[in-house]
Design a protein around this ligand. Structure first.
Ligand SMILES: [Fe+2]
Ligand SMILES: [Fe+2]
Length: 323
C-alpha cells in the first residue's frame, strides 16, 4: 500500500464509524465546497483543499512522495522529534527500514485545525437528546477557546524533524477515535451491564485495557462507585477532537444520561459530572487511543505491513486473535 492509500483507508474507516450519518458527512463536505467556491482566487491559495474530501481536519500526511509503497511503519500515540530520531536510529541498525511514521495525536496543520473536528460533538450531543441549539451554543464557545489555546503551539516541530530526516509522517486522529466509539458502544451494549462494576469487567476483557491495567492505567471510576446502577450509558467523550464544554453535564443529566464512558477527564469536568449525578467511567487514554489505531492498522497488517509500536501505543493484532 502507498502512503496515500493508507491515508484514504483511515479516512474511509473513520467515516464508516462516525457517530454522524453518512448524509450529514456528505452535507459537511458540500458546505466546505460552497465555502471554497465563494472565495476569491487569492483567498483560495490559503484554503486547505483536503477539507473538500476529508471531513477530519486533524488527520493529514506530510511527504513529498505520497505514492511511496510502505512495508514498515512505526506507530505512536504522540510523535515528537524524539520518535523521529528513534525511527532514524532504528533505520541505521535494521535491515528493513521504517518507511512511514504514524502519530495518533495531530501534528502540523492537522494540530492547528484540531478545533474543526469538535463540531462532531454537536451532533453527538443532539443525538443524545440535547436540543441542537443548546448543543451548538455550548460547543461554539468551547471550540473558540480550544482554537485560541492551540494557536500558540509549535505545530510544525515534529513535521520539520521528519522532513529533515526524510521520513514520511502521518497523523490519524478522529478516524481512529471514531473506531473506538463504535467498538466500545457495541461491546458495552452487548454486554448489558447493570452496575458500574460490570462496565469495568467488560472493558478489562479488551486486550488494550487489560495491558493498560498491568501498566497502571486501567479502567477506573471517576464518579460513582462499583455498585451504582448504570442507567443510560453514553459514549459522548470518546471522539470529537478534545474535551467538549463542561456545561454539557447539566443538559446530559436532563436528557436522562446515567453513565458516561470517557477516555480521560479533567478535574473541572469531573466535578461538573458529579454535581449533576452522572457516573463517570474512565476507560483510559493511551489504551483507548491504541484500540482505535489497532482497528485501522489491522487492515495494513493483513497486507503484510510491519507495525513497530512506540510512544505508549499498545499494539494488538486482531487478525492473530481471530486465527
Ligand atoms: Fe484519541
Ligand atoms: Fe488522545
Amino acid at each position: 500500500m502507498t502512503i496515500k492509500q493508507i491515508y484514504n483507508l483511515a479516512v474511509e474507516l473513520g467515516k464508516k464509524a462516525d457517530p454522524r450519518s453518512s448524509k450529514r458527512l456528505k452535507e459537511i463536505l458540500r458546505i466546505e465546497a460552497k465555502r471554497f467556491n465563494s472565495l476569491s482566487n487569492a483567498e483560495k491559495d490559503f484554503f486547505d483543499k483536503e477539507t473538500l474530501i476529508n471531513p477530519y481536519s486533524d488527520s493529514r500526511y506530510y511527504t513529498k512522495n505520497p505514492n511511496k509503497k510502505i512495508k514498515k511503519i512505526m506507530v505512536g500515540i504522540d510523535i515528537t522529534g524524539s520518535e523521529i530520531l528513534l525511527a532514524d536510529r532504528l533505520n541505521q541498525i535494521q535491515k528493513n527500514k521504517i518507511d512511514l511514521v504514524i502519530a495518533h495525536h495531530p501534528v502540523g496543520n492537522a494540530f492547528a485545525a484540531l478545533d474543526n473536528v469538535m463540531h462532531l460533538q454537536t451532533d453527538l450531543l443532539a443525538n443524545l437528546g440535547i436540543p441542537v441549539n443548546i448543543a451548538e451554543s455550548l460547543l461554539e464557545k468551547r471550540i473558540k477557546r480550544v482554537s485560541r489555546d492551540i494557536s500558540a503551539v509549535n505545530h510544525y516541530q515534529t513535521v520539520d524533524a521528519a522532513r529533515l530526516l526524510n521520513i514520511p509522517l502521518m497523523c490519524i486522529h478522529t478516524p481512529a477515535d471514531n473506531m473506538v466509539y463504535q467498538f466500545l458502544k457495541n461491546k458495552i451494549k452487548s454486554g448489558k451491564p447493570e452496575i458500574i462494576a460490570d462496565i469495568i469487567k467488560i472493558l478489562k476483557t479488551i486486550p488494550e485495557y487489560k495491558e493498560a491495567s498491568i501498566r497502571g492505567a486501567g479502567p477506573t471510576i471517576f464518579v460513582g462507585n462499583s455498585y451504582r446502577r448504570c442507567g443510560k450509558i453514553v459514549f459522548s467523550e470518546i471522539t470529537g477532537g478534545t474535551s467538549g464544554a463542561k456545561e454539557m453535564y447539566e443538559h446530559l443529566a436532563r436528557a436522562g444520561v446515567g453513565t458516561i464512558i470517557s477516555m480521560h477527564m479533567g478535574e473541572e469536568y469531573r466535578k461538573e459530572a458529579e454535581k449533576n449525578h452522572i457516573n463517570v467511567v474512565i476507560a483510559g487514554h493511551m489504551s483507548s487511543d491504541s484500540l482505535g489505531l489497532n482497528l485501522i492498522l489491522d487492515t495494513l497488517a493483513a497486507k503484510k505491513i510491519d507495525i513497530i509500536p512506540c510512544s505508549g501505543f499498545i499494539r494488538v493484532d486482531r487478525n492473530k486473535n481471530i486465527r
